[in-house]
Design a protein around this ligand. Structure first.
Ligand SMILES: Nc1ncnc2c1ncn2[C@@H]1O[C@H](COP(=O)(O)OP(=O)(O)OP(=O)(O)O)[C@@H](O)[C@H]1O
Ligand SMILES: [Mg+2]
Length: 364
């Protein structure tokens, strides 16, 4: 899949912009606070219908304007134009100029994988954030997981409301548990598939990128452990937790308590890894997501690297670029282009104060 053209109107500090991307490597350069991340963010928005930086869409609207618009053409066998208009009352999504009601119809048309320095926060964030990442990737490739997750969240809310009551109806609790288990079996299977898929790539990618003889991976801390019979295991878990949940008035177990642990040589990266190693683990994870998406859907997502090169030493920069340059469309932001990269003849854009221009002839 390739993003051909991106158009922005009143999006953050862009009044009006049109960018025609190269199918290979695109470099967006510019000084600090000029609009590089804003541009990357607009592509994330078109891929997920939300920003990776903020939860309220209002801040995406250029100051003093009524609405913001981002649209792009995605080539993936055929061409699709997707657009999002963001206004104070919400957003309108369109595919080929036809309005769509559900975000789930829109998500996945443009599939991007982003790596930015902010991603390192994931290691120390609460487990909820790590679950969010897994859910996001799983739902991008299988929208039906979104329904399972939403139904589960709804049932969990009902269960917790019930548990807060004096003398709750136990048979109703049984029904809720049964319904939750049905959704959880699906979600656990998907999370297991995701973990296996990522691990089949991550170790090799990490070794290759870092030149270290170390093994990196993820561990899915599943509420049913490795039990093959997920349904039976969940039933037992709920049965054993019932008394405690009634006493504490809250549901203590289930997929909403799970976690994803990043490891280096079998240890949680938080315990021993250096800053540089953490960065490489996260980068290897993101590149493994690209491979996983390709394995499952046969499609290549677009790789977005925001401000990542400056954080890597020269040899790692080179390894990263070698790994991706012929495989994926990449959109890379940086304040300065490393010398070696100029020889790769990337398509270069320069951003200044919300104005973007294609730079002809490499060096400015
Ligand atoms: N809603 C908005 N309206 C107008 N300008 C905005 C809006 N939101 C953000 N900006 C401006 O966008 C600029 C930041 O852009 P961005 O984060 O893309 O910078 P950057 O080029 O990635 O910089 P850096 O290299 O520091 O990461 C800031 O000057 C900020 O004031
Ligand atoms: Mg930035």
């Amino acid at each position: 899949m390739i993003v051909r053209q991106l158009n922005l109107r009143n999006y953050r500090n862009y009044e009006k912009a049109q960018i025609v991307f190269d199918p290979g490597m695109n470099l967006i350069t510019g000084n600090n606070a000029q609009g590089k991340t804003n541009l990357i963010e607009s592509l994330v928005y078109l891929s997920l219908t939300r920003s990776h930086r903020i939860s309220s869409d209002r801040q995406l609207i250029r100051e003093g304007c009524e609405f913001a618009e981002a649209s792009c053409t995605v080539s993936d066998g055929d061409d699709k134009k997707i657009s999002a208009v963001i206004h104070s009352a919400g957003k309108n999504l369109m595919i080929n100029r036809v309005p769509v009601k559900r975000s789930s119809e829109f998500v996945g048309i443009l599939n991007t994988v982003l790596f930015s320095p902010d991603d390192l926060g994931i290691f120390t964030d609460a487990p909820r954030e790590r679950r969010r990442i897994v859910n996001q990737e799983i739902t991008k490739i299988s929208p039906k997981q979104l329904y399972a997750l939403n139904r589960y969240a709804n049932l969990l809310k009902q269960k917790n409301t019930l548990l807060k009551m004096y003398n709750p109806d136990l048979s109703y609790l049984d029904i809720l548990d049964e319904q939750m288990i049905r959704e959880e079996v699906e979600i656990i299977r998907a999370r297991r598939r995701f973990t296996e898929g990522i691990n089949s790539h991550m170790e090799g990618i990490y070794r290759n990128l870092s030149d270290e003889d170390a093994s990196a991976g993820i561990v899915y801390d599943c509420c049913t452990g490795n039990d093959e019979n997920i349904e039976e295991s969940l039933k037992n878990m709920y049965r054993n937790a019932r008394q405690k949940d009634l006493e504490n008035h809250v549901s203590s177990c289930g997929i909403h308590r799970e976690d994803l642990i990043f490891t280096l040589n079998g240890k949680n990266v938080l315990l021993t890894a250096s800053q540089g190693q953490k960065r490489m683990v996260m980068l290897a994870f993101k590149l493994s997501i690209l491979e996983f998406i390709n394995d499952i859907t046969g499609k290549k997502a677009v790789l977005l690297l925001d401000d990542v090169l400056s954080e890597l030493d020269r040899s790692r920069q080179k390894k990263l670029i070698d790994m991706i340059k012929n495989s994926y469309q990449c959109i890379i932001t940086c304040t300065e282009i490393p010398e070696f990269l100029k020889k790769e003849n990337p398509c270069e854009f320069y951003v200044e104060n919300g104005k973007i221009n294609r730079v002809t002839g490499g060096r400015r």
